[in-house]
Design a protein around this ligand. Sequence first.
Ligand SMILES: [Zn+2]
Length: 221
Amino acid sequence: MTTLDDTIGVLRRTVCALHADLTRYNLVTWTSGNVSGRVPGADLFVIKPSGVSYDDLTPESIVVCDFDGKLVDGELSPSSDTDAHAYVYRHRPDVGGVVHTHSTYATAWAARDEAIPCVLTAMADEFGGEIPVGPFALIGDDSIGRGIVDTLAGHRSPAVLMKNHGVFSIGEDATAAVKAAVMCEDVARTVHIARQLGEPKPIPQDDIDRLYDRYQNVYGQ
Ligand SMILES: [Zn+2]
C-alpha cells in the first residue's frame, strides 16, 4: 500500500529533478525561479526552498506546504513565491503543478505589459491563443496568486506574464507546468525576433481553434 509519505517522497524527487530543466533551458538566474507539485489526494504541495542554489537542491531539501502556504514538512523555509503557488492550488483543483521564472524574453514582454500574440502554429498548439499579461502585483499578500488565477480564467494559455515581473505557468502536473514555462520562453523569443523586422501576421481564430484541438486531443503517443 502506498502511504502519503511514499507519495510525497516520489514527488520531492520529481520536483527536485525538474529544477534542472529551469537551468538547462536558461529560464533562471541565481535562485530566481521555482517549481511546485500538488500532492495527489491531500491539500498539500511540495516546492523549492527559498534561496537554495539549483546545484545544491536535493529531494530532502524540497519542502511540503499546505494550501495556506504554511510549512508542513522540511528543514528550510519555503520559496518566497509559496503564497502565489498556494493560491493557485486553492482555486484551481485541476492544476497539479506551478512554475515561476523570470525567463528573459517572456519577462521582456511582461515589462512592456504586452501579451504575446498568437502568430505561430506552435503557440496555437500549446497556448490556444495569446499568452496574456496579468496585473502588476507585489509579493506579500494574495495579489500575485489572484492575478494569475483571474487572468488564466479568461484564456486557454497555461502561462501568464505578470506585469513588470515574470512568468507563472500551470499544468496537470509539475512536468506539464515546466513544459509550459519552456515553451512560453521559446515563443516569446521567436515572436520578439519576428517583430524586429516587421509585424508578425496573426493566425485566424478558426485555424487557432483547429490547431489547439488537434494538438491537445490527437497529437502524441
Ligand atoms: Zn519572481
